[in-house]
Design a protein around this ligand. Structure first.
Ligand code: 6YU
Length: 446
């Protein structure tokens, strides 16, 4: 068991001051090779820690934030659980998260992104674009995407989605601009000119509906984390390793020795070199970190006393490009209080992260023709030092080989997990979860 000079924070045992620690895993006795430090208490780190702990390994999770969950963050300050990061379970068939949902007994609600009303003039007084043109827009878009499919096969490494799009749709059409903003920029958290044409649409997709958890994704995290040793408020700055083991250093200068470490910090944190590796990471992994994309999806959540919009549909699409939000998810479908959840992605979202909350709310209100909300939440995932963005994508010049290189352990002692390391299901919660299990199994099997 890792030995600490001060008691480690065990979830469920109360709040923890960010206490200094100086620790040696397995210090003074023969190590069985299963003293493991996990860096990051997002779902990848927690799934790895859960699997290893259940198999009898000695595990300590070090988390920079004062909460678990990372890019899963269920906030309750608006009087109901609201997911400020991941919200949907994408697909149910074979989704490993369904097991957690069942164990927790969590309620789920199906949503359908095609159940959308397009708005070109607000929600209250303006006219929604009629259902026929919405259906026609979705059909045109689906046909255009079907045309892009074959173009990806022969695309060179430097080709972006942008050029191909211009060939198959009219990018001056405001309805098509919404399609691009919603089903490319918000979906992939990247602008079309950043996405590699060669790999567009090649990611794995689980079948079955998209589900929202009205009680929040955090329920699954808390369940996964029960009884694990998690040190909150503990930012890791340096990871040294050699034949004898690993040394994990924190921002306070404390050092934890262990047999192995699993690094699950987001790709954005790796890109920023916020964790120093000694010796430095191999060239192939460094190149993979540089080449892969790390994009941005932000949310603007508005809470009202009374709904002023219809119960149906699941989402409202805001017609045009560079709108303050491109999609507005209808909270009446899942929340206990009247909520609207705006989404915006890519460079549009990045520019808007510098706007104040008041400016942001005013812009969304004006677009929706909404009354004053009684509460609001605005995310800034790019500015968050422990995320530096929302999720990974295959950028122009990158390929799935980079995802494999990112996932490759270093020196038999430093393993890597997290959504960006999952070749099939990158950018998702289930991909992150599976990547944690993958690295736990690798250690248990070694
Ligand atoms: C999904 C979804 N989803 C929205 C938004 C975001 C993401 N995703 P973590 O970062 O969690 O953990 C690492 C930890 O490391 C973390 O706790 C850090 O604090 C810590 N750390 C960092 N540095 C450290 C250091 N130095 N020392 C110690 N610790 C350190 N995924 O499946 N469904 O709905 C969404 C969404 C705003 C930001 C998402 C979604 C991505 C997931 O959140 C993500 O993959 C995993 O949580 C990552 O877990 P992890 O463990 O790898 O990393 C017609 C039509 C069109 C439709 N249009 C609609 C478009 C919108 C559709 N998409 C919506 C997506 C959403 C809402």
């Amino acid at each position: 068991m890792p030995t600490l000079t001060r008691r480690a924070f065990t979830l469920g045992m109360g709040t923890m001051a960010a206490a200094p620690l100086l620790a040696a895993c397995g210090g003074g006795r023969e190590s069985d090779g299963r003293n493991v430090v996990v860096v990051g208490a997002g779902i990848a780190g927690l799934s790895a820690a859960r699997r290893l702990t259940d198999a009898g390994a000695s595990v300590m999770v070090l988390e920079a934030r004062t909460r678990i969950g990372g890019r899963i963050w269920t906030d309750t300050s608006l009087g109901t659980p609201v997911d400020l990061g991941a919200a949907w379970m994408h697909g149910t068939d074979g989704n490993p998260l369904m097991g957690l949902v069942d164990e927790v007994g969590a309620r789920t609600v199906e949503t359908d992104f095609d159940n959308v009303a397009l708005l070109d003039n607000g929600l209250k007084d303006g006219a929604a674009i009629d259902a026929r043109s919405t259906a026609a827009t979705l059909r045109t878009w689906a046909e255009a995407m079907a045309e892009i499919g074959p173009l990806t096969e022969n695309a060179g490494p430097d080709a972006s989605l942008d050029g191909a799009l211009a060939d198959v749709v009219n990018l001056d059409d405001p309805l098509i601009q919404w399609c691009v903003a919603s089903s490319i920029t918000a979906e992939y958290a990247a602008d079309p000119d950043e996405l590699a044409l060669r790999w567009f649409g090649h990611e794995g997709e689980l079948s079955g509906p998209d589900l929202i958890l009205p009680g929040g994704y955090g329920q699954l995290l808390n369940h996964l984390a029960r009884g694990l040793t998690v040190k909150l408020g503990t930012e890791v700055t340096r990871i040294g390793h050699d034949d004898s083991g690993v040394r994990v250093e924190t921002v306070r200068g404390d050092v934890i020795a262990a047999d192995r470490v699993i690094v699950t910090v987001p790709l954005g944190v790796l890109k920023a070199n916020a964790v120093v590796f000694d010796p430095p990471l191999p060239e192939l992994k460094r190149q993979a970190i540089d080449r892969l994309g790390f994009g941005l999806l932000d949310k603007v959540v508005l809470r009202f006393d009374e709904p002023f919009w219809p119960q149906d549909p699941d989402t409202f699409g805001i017609v045009g490009r560079d709108q303050p939000v491109c999609d507005v998810v209808n909270g009446l479908r899942f929340a206990e209080v009247p909520l609207l959840v705006g989404l915006r992605g890519g460079s549009n979202a990045l520019v808007r992260e510098s706007h104040s909350d008041d400016q942001t709310v005013a812009a969304v209100r004006a677009t929706l023709r909404a009354p004053d909300p009684v509460g609001a939440l605005v995310t800034r995932w790019a500015a968050d030092p422990f995320a530096r963005g929302s999720y990974s994508f295959l950028a122009v010049g990158s390929s799935p080989a980079d995802q494999r290189a990112l996932a490759e352990p270093v020196g038999g002692r430093v393993a890597f997990a997290g959504e960006a390391t999952h070749e099939e299901f990158f950018s998702t919660v289930h991909g992150a979860y599976l990547s944690g299990l993958r690295e736990a199994e690798r250690i248990l099997g070694s």
